[in-house]
Ligand binder design. Structure first.
Ligand code: ATP
Ligand code: MG
Ligand code: MG
Ligand code: MG
Length: 439
């Protein structure tokens, strides 16, 4: 991409309405534009990051054997009356009436709809286990939308629902979700800690929230420092192997880690003092096992091996895809701007031409740009006729992991400058070597 042809409306001034850094940087880097309170347009750079996160979520869900589908944003009130949640949900639900006076709502979550889809088609235990998920916009009329995409009213969520015959099967689905979530966050370059949580309005027996540690987080968290050192790494995972998946969950949930809702002071005090940490966290996901809470009232039953009709065992599992962008920036930035982890960066490398219009510099930049494209990478070439300082400031703000600076002086010696955004370290090397380093 050539910056002169892109749409990157960078702001020089700090927007007054943004209280936290991630919100400020997202506005300044031209990633989002507020359209109403808690409702954002995703400008090209923000949309690119959002799409990369969606892709990672899809890949990891499907690796775990979960099946994508797409449900609508608008739902019928009648469906929610069946579960009893239409009245229970309260003012967070955006309600509306269509031209035929039918009551509708903008979905804040999809337990009712997915249960309806399931009961419409599935009859036998032989069709289980089944986990369906989608990535779709949700609406919750939050009392205090704030911090940009972190607490929006319209936000993008991955929500998945498992259907199983027995409680044991459903607990395996729960564990599978925990592990697939750990992998998802790790691929994004984030540490998200599973913490035992309260079940809240969705209701249920077993639930964990995933929290990214950050001073601006809305939850107070208490944890054993050991939990922050756990990594899945490159280990191969067989999601069908119950013992293996359960062992990973055990590993990640053994060190103490809880939010203020479930905090137990006695357990916390038993941790050696040096490892006892109190901090704040951003909730980027949550998994629930809730058994037959929806299947029973909504009549989602299957015939079991004995020919008896039984309600299916269920759970629901969510990832805050759009909130993750805020969490990623809170965890990866400096005073110049964002520092994207490689796994989620909107462009892999920025190319800065120090002397636009110089035939040799222009040709070298074009050649670099085309080489990256040929390698399947996404370069952003700043080909504007601007001063170097402005170009550097833009690159630092938008936070691409690598910058290649090209100027006539270096080219005379056959070199360009390669700079790591994270370490700030620069090196002079021939263009081919710079490409090899990034590819
Ligand atoms: P919160 O406690 O922050 O209000 P929640 O517990 O109500 O979130 P869930 O119902 O668990 O949210 O939804 C799954 C995920 O969706 C959350 O873990 C969070 O990452 C994301 N999410 C929830 N509400 C919002 C919102 N208003 N804006 C952006 N993301 C959200
Ligand atoms: Mg909420
Ligand atoms: Mg919550
Ligand atoms: Mg939650």
């Amino acid at each position: 991409m050539r910056l002169s042809r892109y749409f990157l409306p960078v702001l020089k001034e700090n927007p007054a309405e943004a209280q936290i850094l991630s919100h400020r940087y997202m506005l300044r880097a031209g990633m989002i534009k507020q359209e109403s309170a808690g409702i954002y347009a995703w400008l090209p750079l923000g949309y690119k990051v959002l799409s990369r996160l969606e892709k990672i979520v899809h890949e990891e869900q499907q690796r775990a054997g979960h099946i994508p589908l797409l449900m609508p944003t608008l739902q019928s009130a009648d469906l929610w009356r069946e579960s009893g949640r239409y009245d229970a949900y309260g003012p967070e639900m955006l309600r509306m009436t269509d031209r035929n006076k039918r009551e509708m709502l903008f979905g804040p979550t999809n337990e009712e709809m997915i249960t309806d889809i399931f009961r419409s088609y599935v009859r036998s235990y032989k069709d289980l286990p089944l986990t369906l998920y989608h990535i779709q916009w949700k609406f919750r009329d939050e009392m205090r939308p704030r911090f940009g995409v972190m607490r929006g009213r319209e936000f993008l969520m991955k929500d998945g629902y498992n259907f199983d015959l027995t409680r044991e099967d459903a607990l395996h689905a729960y564990n599978r979700h925990m592990v697939s979530y750990l992998r998802t966050y790790e691929r994004m370059g984030l540490t998200a800690i599973p913490m035992r949580a309260d079940s809240g309005p969705i209701g249920g027996d077993d639930t964990h929230e995933f929290l990214v540690l950050a001073n601006t987080g809305e939850s107070e968290v208490f944890y054993d420092e050991d939990v922050t050192r756990l990594k899945l790494g490159e280990r191969a995972i067989n999601y069908d192997n119950r013992e293996e998946v359960a062992a990973i969950c055990q590993e990640f949930t053994t060190p103490y880690a809880r939010t203020d809702e479930t905090h137990d002071a006695a357990l916390f005090d038993a941790i050696p003092e040096g490892r006892r940490k109190v901090g704040r966290g951003i909730e980027v996901g949550q998994i629930f096992y809730f058994g037959t809470k929806y299947s029973e009232p909504m009549g989602a039953t299957v015939q079991n091996a004995e020919g008896k009709q039984v309600p299916v065992e269920m759970g629901s599992h969510g990832i805050g895809v759009s909130r993750l962008i805020g969490a990623l920036i809170e965890a990866n930035h400096d005073d110049k701007g964002i520092i994207w982890p490689e796994g989620v960066t909107p462009f892999h490398v920025g190319i800065v031409n120090l002397k636009q219009g110089d035939a040799e510099a222009d040709a070298a930049c074009e050649a670099l740009h085309d080489s990256f494209v040929a390698l399947g990478l996404d370069p952003l070439y700043d080909d504007r006729d601007e001063r170097a300082g402005g170009k550097f400031a833009t690159m630092d703000l938008i936070g691409l992991p690598w910058r290649i600076t090209v100027g006539p002086r270096g080219l005379k010696n056959g070199v360009v400058e390669l700079t790591s955004r994270r370490t700030g370290v620069s090196e002079e090397l021939p263009p081919e070597e710079a490409i090899a380093r990034i590819a």
